[in-house]
Design a protein. Structure first.
Length: 185
């Protein structure tokens, strides 16, 4: 008898737990924190052009909660502001917000290390972006501040960004197409 009461009690608690879970509304990131400029939310192929270097390809993702992650090439040629060897870069992490119905601002920080993995600089990028009329592209200008690990500014750089949205595609539906201005491998 005691065993049957224990089993019924456990089942009742499990049932109450399931009922409580069903009464809690499910949310995803886009529903949890709606913000203006949702058209920027998603992942993008970026072509970045600076006055001091040839254009390069990067990737960026804008979250519905205002976060941004940008992935530049992981290894870049030596910089006039750093070691005379190749430079290893991290992904950039930061924030973005709407600055109008088809505009946004973004700030993110990347880390730069030498061949031995020694951190020698941070790069803080600030950009103003304008969404294309098709909602599938954006362009903008950026300024970057390169600082040593102590925060002392070593250089400032500027350039332009062109981006195309990455969309979901079923296998075999379309061949990859390079973005206009994408450097050849």
């Amino acid at each position: 008898m005691r065993r049957a009461t224990l089993v019924v009690s456990i089942l009742a608690l499990a049932l109450l737990g399931l009922l409580a879970a069903n009464h809690s509304p499910a949310t995803n990131a886009q529903e949890a924190t709606p913000m203006a400029g949702q058209e920027f939310v998603g992942s993008w192929r970026l072509t970045v052009a600076e006055a001091q270097a040839p254009p390069f390809l990067a990737l960026g993702t804008f979250g519905a909660d205002g976060t941004v992650v940008v992935s530049p090439p992981p290894v870049v040629p030596p910089s006039p502001h750093g070691p005379a060897t190749v430079v290893h870069t991290s992904a950039g992490h930061g924030a973005w917000e709407a600055a109008g119905p088809d505009a946004a601002i973004v700030t993110f920080v990347l880390l730069a290390a030498d061949e031995q993995g020694n951190l020698f600089a941070t790069r803080t990028v600030r950009a103003s972006l304008t969404l294309g009329a098709d909602g599938q592209s954006f362009s903008g200008k950026f300024e970057a501040t390169v600082a040593d690990p102590g925060g002392n500014v070593m250089a400032t750089e500027s350039g332009v960004i062109q981006a195309t949205r990455i969309i979901a595609e079923a296998p075999g539906t379309q061949a990859a197409t390079p973005i206009t201005g994408t450097p050849a491998a």
